[in-house]
Write a protein that binds this ligand. Structure first.
Ligand code: EPU
Length: 297
């Protein structure tokens, strides 16, 4: 039995062949994945990733596709979306959200129950899996703040870790270091006045609208280097508006690259390389990507 037969038999996943990554990532660029599947259960996610190992097929788990740049040459393996694994469970002030839950849905849920803790992350277009994996953050807050426990898959086994075992740092966790698959995260929130939570949501949205672009982007492209803002450094070099093909540095924020309908992944990568070169030359700072770059360019 081969890979496709075993996937069909053991997971019941519908394998799509040669699926364009344009539809599954925020930039709308990238080539085809050899295989693509929408997982609806953790079992499917686990078995499919194990079968990839068995058949030596690369496997990439994606959430909302808002932090990933796939090469125009595509991905010679299986891409699995977790969007279909989307459930929220509540016990008092504790909420467990599975990997495919959109962060916005979690924030809406907390608002409904007058719980405070994640509203400062409003506007990050992430899934819980993606956000926890990279410890997403904004406005001096991070998703890890209210986490008490995370479930993940490591080498086919379900692992439960308390927060202090997750090694959360700025845009980092044990999960992205080990390339584990996030299954769910449990948060503990405090009760608060819903009007006040909503006011914070609205103020974050207003700041984002003023200082960050609304077009196609992957959010900030680079991590902030120690003591600096990457956006400010890039802006300082006059790179806002700098364009390669259909990719340009946002006029609103130097750390965002926005794409138009003609853009390719290569345009984005070339612009990234250009920015890194200029920042290194002028400031002697090595910018590190916050986004994930997948495949051969
Ligand atoms: N600035 C400029 N020019 C620019 C951009 C920023 O002068 O083009 C200045 C701002 O005026 C401000 C300072 O740089 O004085 C910091 O800018 P900002 O508040 O926008 O914060 P940031 O460090 O650039 C970080 C996160 C964002 C998050 C904002 C909101 C990183 C890499 N970025 O940006 O997160 O939304 O704070 O507080 O940590 C992301 O991670 O994808 C992301 C967008």
């Amino acid at each position: 039995m081969g890979f496709i037969d075993e996937i069909n038999q053991r997971t019941n996943l519908q394998l799509l062949v040669n699926q364009s990554m344009k539809k599954h990532t925020a930039y709308g660029v990238g080539g085809n994945a050899k295989f693509f599947a929408n997982a609806n259960t953790v079992h499917q996610l686990n078995v499919a990733s194990l079968l990839c190992k068995k058949y030596k097929i690369p496997c990439k788990i994606i959430g909302n596709g808002t932090n990933i740049l796939f090469s125009d040459k595509g991905y010679d393996g299986l891409v699995i979306s977790t969007k279909g694994i989307s459930e929220i469970f509540q016990k008092g002030n504790k909420i467990r959200a599975t990997c495919g839950v959109h962060l916005k849905n979690l924030i809406d849920y907390t608002l409904e129950y007058s719980l405070t803790g994640v509203e400062m992350l409003t506007g990050i277009p992430a899934s819980i899996g993606g956000a926890v994996y990279m410890n997403a953050g904004a406005f001096k807050h991070e998703i890890s703040e209210n986490i008490i426990e995370v479930e993940s898959i490591l080498d086919g086994k379900l692992v439960k870790r308390y927060k202090d075992e997750c090694q959360f740092k700025y845009r980092e966790s044990i999960f992205n270091r080990n390339k584990e698959i996030i299954v769910s995260a449990t948060f503990e929130f405090k009760e608060a006045n819903v009007k006040e939570i909503n006011e914070k949501v609205q103020s974050v949205l207003a700041v984002r609208k003023t200082f960050q672009p609304t077009g196609k982007s992957l959010g900030c492209v680079f991590k902030n280097p120690d003591k600096f803002s990457a956006g400010q450094l890039i802006d300082g070099l006059g790179l806002k508006g700098c364009k390669i093909g259909g990719a340009s540095v946002s006029e609103k924020h130097g750390n965002f690259i926005v794409t138009d309908s003609t853009a390719t992944a290569t345009d984005v990568l070339e612009l990234i390389e250009l920015i890194k070169l200029k920042v290194l030359k002028e400031y002697k700072i090595n910018l590190k990507e916050e986004i994930e770059i997948i495949g051969d360019f």
